[in-house]
Design a protein around this ligand. Structure first.
Ligand SMILES: NC(=O)c1ccc[n+]([C@@H]2O[C@H](COP(=O)([O-])OP(=O)(O)OC[C@H]3O[C@@H](n4cnc5c(N)ncnc54)[C@H](O)[C@@H]3O)[C@@H](O)[C@H]2O)c1
Length: 359
């Protein structure tokens, strides 16, 4: 089929199994999964069985070198993103990179340097920014940007396992040594230490949460509010770094930020923009259940004494499917994604600046 992009997946864990493999199979007129890579042979074999014809690799360098791969999905642990992305770009492959792009700014800059010397498409997987309701909210907010008086960014969710274990049946590695798993944790801690100066304790936990959960919200906030804030007014962590508060200075208004992980099996993620005449809100549901659409709600005066509430989603289309469609378009048309490495680097800067203000 013309323009069908052959995808190799590096990291076949939760997000690949629940989200990306089904999305790519749904988009079979645009993509073909031709290769899989995981350090776990058991995961590789089991996910491989659901992708007949795909070549299986334990070493990502071999997947990148495969002539049957046009584009690489990087979905391995965060501490190893940069090395895979750089190798893929140097190998002439297009890249869809899961968030966060990396743990440190040095890694981000090394990826940017590789990207600058190449002609491939590199897109960051901030799927919330591809949700049709979010695009509608961005267009609505852009018309009233100078009138904004307040904004809110809220992400309080339960443990992912409480949703995943109830709705999916994941193949998990049972063949990785304790030493290998410990090395993965050590590598992440070392990179967090490099990024914010401390490798453990509450601030390190907070920084990890900013990267894993809040990078989505920070990224969406920047697009919805028209760019980076002038600075972080305050940032605090409590409960061992598991609950975070902050405020961003946007000049004529302040954006309040809240994030945390509780014990309720729920997903409460939303952004709000307030003007004196209208409230614009976007709500997201868990990414681990497919086709739960993001919703936009507007609240405005209806009459002198009344209120009109409009809640909408233009389509039930999964935001990951929208993200993959956009990636396909950038590869085939040679256009640049909005969620570039340079764009996503801003979220590492914000996370670092927030962590610096946390005690
Ligand atoms: N966009 C989203 O909403 C979303 C949701 C979840 C996770 N993610 C991101 O996706 C990535 C993967 O997360 P996950 O939850 O699937 O993690 P996971 O731990 O479930 O899966 C990671 C997989 O990578 C494998 N792996 C580890 N090191 C590897 C290496 N060097 N080469 C190849 N494979 C390797 C592991 O064996 C495992 O199977 C992370 O960056 C995470 O932040 C994004």
């Amino acid at each position: 089929m013309a323009n069908r992009i052959r995808v190799g997946i590096v990291g076949c864990g939760e997000v690949a199994q629940i989200i990306h493999v089904p999305a790519l199979k749904e988009l079979r007129d645009l993509f073909d999964i031709t290769a899989l890579c995981d350090v776990s042979r058991s995961v590789l074999g089991q996910v491989g069985a659901s992708c007949p014809g795909a070549d299986l690799f334990e070493d990502y360098c071999k997947l990148i070198a495969a002539p049957t791969v046009d584009a690489v999905l990087v979905a391995n642990p965060d501490a190893y993103h940069a090395e895979v992305v750089i190798a893929a770009i140097k190998g002439g492959k297009h890249v869809l990179l899961e968030k966060p792009i990396a743990v440190t700014l040095a890694e981000a800059d090394a990826m940017l340097a590789a990207e600058a010397a190449a002609a491939t498409a590199v897109q960051v997987g901030y799927m919330r920014r591809y949700a049709p309701a979010f695009l509608e909210a961005v267009a609505t907010a852009a018309k009233v940007r100078s009138e904004i008086v307040l904004a809110r960014v809220h992400d309080v969710i339960g443990p992912n396992a409480t949703i995943i274990d109830n709705t999916s049946n994941i193949f998990r590695a049972n063949d990785l040594s304790a030493e290998f798993l410990a090395e993965g944790k050590r590598a992440l801690r070392a990179k967090i230490g490099e990024a914010i100066g401390v490798a453990s304790g509450s601030r390190a936990v907070a920084y990890a949460l900013l990267l894993s959960l809040s990078s989505h919200a920070l990224s969406a906030m920047r697009e919805l509010l028209g760019g980076m804030p002038k600075g972080v007014l305050y940032a605090a962590q409590r409960h061992g770094g598991r609950f975070l508060s902050a405020a961003f200075d946007y000049g004529h208004f302040v954006a309040q930020f809240e994030a945390g992980v509780d014990r309720i099996p729920h997903f409460d993620a939303h952004l709000e923009v307030y003007t004196p005449a209208e409230i614009i809100r976007v709500d997201y549901d868990t990414p681990y259940v497919r086709h739960l659409p993001a919703r936009m709600t507007t609240i405005a005066a209806e009459t002198a004494a009344g209120v009109a509430v409009r809640s909408m989603f233009p389509t039930r289309n999964d935001s990951f499917v929208a993200e993959w469609r956009a990636f396909h378009g950038h590869i085939t048309r040679g256009t640049r994604p909005k969620t570039t490495l340079a764009d996503a680097r801003n979220d590492l800067v914000l996370a670092r600046d927030m962590a610096a203000k946390m005690d």
